[in-house]
Every structure is written in C-alpha cells, then in structure tokens.
Design a protein around this ligand. Structure first.
Ligand SMILES: NC(=O)c1ccc[n+]([C@@H]2O[C@H](COP(=O)([O-])OP(=O)(O)OC[C@H]3O[C@@H](n4cnc5c(N)ncnc54)[C@H](OP(=O)(O)O)[C@@H]3O)[C@@H](O)[C@H]2O)c1
Length: 325
C-alpha cells in the first residue's frame, strides 16, 4: 500500500482525496518509483476538471516528480533500485508516495541536480526548451512576449529566453509578480490589470510588434496576442489557464500580417527516448551552468494537494509549486 491523491469524480480542488492505494509489481518494462517531491502543473487542473480525460476512474493526477527507483521489471536495463530519477510523463499518477511508470519515461538525475529542483522543473523546463529552441529558435535581439511571466513555466522561460539574447516582454498580474519576473530575465513586465498589453508591446518594440507570443492563458489573451505580433510573427498557443482559447479563422492569419499559429503539446516533443534525452540534457545544461534557476514559490505536503490547486487557480502562486511526499 501507498498513500496517494485520488480523484473519484471531476470537480473542484475538494475532489483531491488523500487515500491508501495498492501499488502492483512492475510489468516487464515498468519501474516502481518512490517520490520525494512532486511538481504541480496546470495540466493537473485540466485532468481534475475532466478537460483532459483520464484512462479510468478513480485516478491519481500528476505528471512530474522526482525520487528513486524501488524495483524494476524483468526487461528493464540501465536502471537500478536506489537510483535517483525524475520525469515529466503521462499517464498521470505522480501525486503518490509510490507508483508504477514505464521505464523509458524516467531520466536519471545528475549529482548536481537535487530532487526538489527536478520535480519543480522537468515538465516546465522541457516545455520552455520546446518553446524557445524547438518550435522557434529564439534569436539574439528578437523581441518576444511571454504571458504569465511569473508562473512556473514563465519564470523558467523568461530566464532561458534572456540567456538566448531575446528582449523579453512578459505579462503579470501584480507588482510583486512584475518584480519577480524582472529578476528572472523579463526586461519589460506588463501589468495587464492596469496597462494595455498591445499598446505596451508596440511601445517596447518601436511599433513593430514581437516576433513570437507564447500564450498559455488562452481565453483572455489569445486575440490580444495576435495583435501584438510583428508581420510574419508566430503565435504559440500552449495552454488555457483562463479557459478555452477562441477559434481563429485561417483568414485572420493573413489579415494579421501573414502570421503563423501552432498549438504544441510537450509530449509530442519528448515522445521517443532520444527526444526525451535531448530535451532533458538541454534543461540540465542550462541549470548546471547557472543560466536558469528554478524558483519554488510554494511547498506543501502531498496530502494538501487541494490547497495547491486552489492557489494555482486563484493566481496566488509564483514559480513552481512542489508537493513533498
Ligand atoms: N502545451 C504544453 O505542452 C504545456 C506544458 C506545460 C505547461 N503548459 C501550460 O502552461 C501554462 C502554465 O502552466 P504552469 O503550471 O506553469 O502555471 P502558472 O503559469 O504558474 O499559473 C497560471 C498563471 O496564469 C496566469 N493567469 C492568467 N489568467 C488566469 C486565470 N483566469 N486563471 C488562472 N491563471 C491565470 C496567472 O498569472 P498572473 O497572475 O501573472 O496573470 C497564473 O499564476 C498552463 O496553461 C499550462 O497548461 C502547457
């Protein structure tokens, strides 16, 4: 038996129940892992509310964690009990002290990276790599706009983009978040509650607009994001913290200035073992060089996962939120 958060019906944070569950023996290509730290992500909210359907009910949410190998299946090579590992992977199940997971989703941790750091960054950091290096290779001097700049993905992405030489413009919900984003590479925080995002972006870019907008907010921001783009700019819609983004007609891309639009999912960028290794290595590299730091803004016991979700949805969090198993 192990302790895990279980969801029996879709709904609010109160549906996250701390319970005892069985953990089966690992299958041939599976591993049993014991978590020390678990990352909280907005995708966990999408699973909790039913926006993203789980394979079965009840289920345990969570797609990001760090800990150690407890036991390996007969066909698993390269992993041993006691080895430190981390992951960003589906199927969900990370909100647990122990779980079974496919072996090819685990990444061994270098000595320089500790478990809390890993749990706070595997999903968010590989997402930042996907956004800034794979979807579009950000260029020195290029102006870009990152929404939710003081969030989990946001703080990592701002630092990484700055390190690549970009001019980073970010939206934030408060003065405190503006200061935090600025301390993490955001050149120009925009306080969207009292400033006009499009007007400020045009101001910071000499009227041109930005080369790329990274939009994880969705409903509230997507059309504004289009208006912030330079001609031939790229709109990356990669989340919906505020709700479903509005539909965009193909013709609107032409009217906006020959724009590009993509809606990526990290799991399509780390689907093979080689892709996963490439992304994890890129992330570990920027962390080990000190080019990017991981800001853990909230730490809670696993049993208090409901409080973590409430705070995330209420926009009260900054940086990453970690549950301690
Ligand atoms: N496509 C992918 O593969 C992928 C991978 C990872 C994450 N994501 C997406 O990236 C986004 C960020 O994830 P995260 O876990 O790092 O969360 P987060 O950015 O730390 O938290 C969400 C933030 O969004 C902002 N926000 C604006 N409107 C909001 C609203 N109506 N409700 C809630 N928040 C709102 C808030 O910041 P302000 O107060 O500053 O507005 C809030 O703190 C999520 O949309 C997630 O789905 C996508």
């Amino acid at each position: 038996m192990t302790q895990a958060i279980c969801i029996h019906a879709f709904g609010g944070p109160e549906t996250l129940q701390f319970e005892s569950v069985d953990v089966p023996a690992p299958g041939p290509n599976e591993v049993r892992v014991r978590h020390t730290h678990i990352g909280v992500n907005y995708i966990d909210v999408y699973f909790r509310t039913g926006l993203y359907p789980p394979a079965a009910m009840p289920f345990t949410p969570g797609v990001e964690a760090a800990g150690e190998v407890v036991a390996v299946g007969d066909a698993v090579t390269g992993l041993q009990p006691g080895q430190r590992i981390a992951y960003a992977a589906r199927p969900p199940g990370a909100y647990a002290e122990e779980r079974i997971i496919p072996a090819d989703r685990l990444v061994p941790l270098p000595d320089a990276i500790h478990n809390e750091q890993a749990a706070a960054m595997m999903l968010k950091g590989m997402t930042a790599h996907m956004l800034l290096a794979q979807i579009h290779a950000v260029q020195p001097g290029e102006p870009i706009l990152i929404h939710a700049a003081a969030g989990g993905v946001g703080l990592i992405a701002c630092q990484w983009a700055k390190q690549l030489g970009a001019t980073v413009i970010g939206t934030v919900g408060s003065e405190e978040k503006a200061e935090l984003a600025q301390a993490h590479g955001c050149d120009h925080p925009i306080l969207y509650r009292r400033e006009d995002i499009t007007e400020r972006v045009r101001h910071f870019t000499g009227g041109e607009g930005v080369a790329v907008v990274y939009d994880s907010v969705g409903a509230d921001t997507l059309m504004t994001s289009m208006d912030c783009l330079a001609k031939r700019g790229l709109l990356v819609s990669f989340g919906q913290s505020s709700g479903k983004p509005p539909a965009i007609e193909v013709g609107q891309l032409a009217a906006g200035g020959s724009l590009f639009l993509t809606r990526p999912t990290l799991f399509d960028y780390i689907g093979t073992a080689a892709d996963l290794q490439h992304s994890a290595e890129a992330l570990f590299d920027v962390i080990e060089r000190g080019a990017v730091t991981v800001q853990v803004g909230q730490r809670l016991p696993l049993a208090n996962a409901a409080e973590a979700h409430r705070a995330l949805e209420a926009r009260e969090t900054t940086g990453s939120t970690v549950l301690i198993a």
